[in-house]
Ligand binder design. Structure first.
Ligand code: ADP
Length: 157
């Protein structure tokens, strides 16, 4: 079974990685789908977000990555995936995610959204807060992997 994991990954956090690691015990292949068009304006460029996805994909077997634009269900179908993976941290995630999943189901009834509840130790992590801490020159080592941290540090900004 193939699953796609869509998101902005702006940047890639330990919360995202936790979801990937755990999903791999249920799926044969996982494709990280880095969204190109985004309602949120991303801080990291698409190229940078793809490079971070590549770093993560290299760490795990059976994980690939690609960027996509347009409907997530269309990207899933084009990749022979019948499942969309999303992570849930709490009730605010739930409200948005349930709405999104129901609309995606209406758009393509053959594709199911699968949710994993965030692990306790990464539940507080959000890309938004990581970006904020980075902009204030704070320490993000507890929120992103060492590989992603090195990548971000090496970016000339
Ligand atoms: P999007 O803009 O599509 O929400 P994100 O990169 O913010 O993209 O998130 C991608 C997915 O990862 C979403 O399902 C989000 O809920 C989930 N996610 C983000 N951070 C965490 C975390 N700390 N624990 C579990 N899931 C998470």
């Amino acid at each position: 079974m193939i699953v796609i994991y869509p998101g902005s990954f702006d940047p890639f956090t330990l919360g995202h990685e936790d979801i990937i690691k755990r999903a791999l015990s249920s799926f044969d292949k996982l494709k990280i789908a880095v969204s190109e068009d985004n309602a949120k304006t991303s801080v990291f460029s698409l190229t940078e977000r793809l490079e971070m996805a590549e770093i993560i994909a290299k760490k795990y077997q059976n994980v690939t990555f690609a960027s996509y634009k347009g409907l997530t269900v269309d990207f899933a179908k084009a990749n022979d995936a019948n499942f969309i993976l999303r992570g849930l941290r709490g009730t605010s995630d739930f409200d948005n995610e349930a709405q999104l999943a129901l609309m995606n189901k209406t758009l393509n009834n053959s594709i199911e959204t699968i949710f994993l509840i965030s692990s306790n130790n990464v539940r507080e992590i959000s890309s938004t807060n990581v970006r904020q801490i980075l902009s204030l020159n704070g320490d993000v080592t507890n929120f992103i992997s060492k590989e992603i941290n090195s990548y971000i540090k090496a970016l000339k900004r």
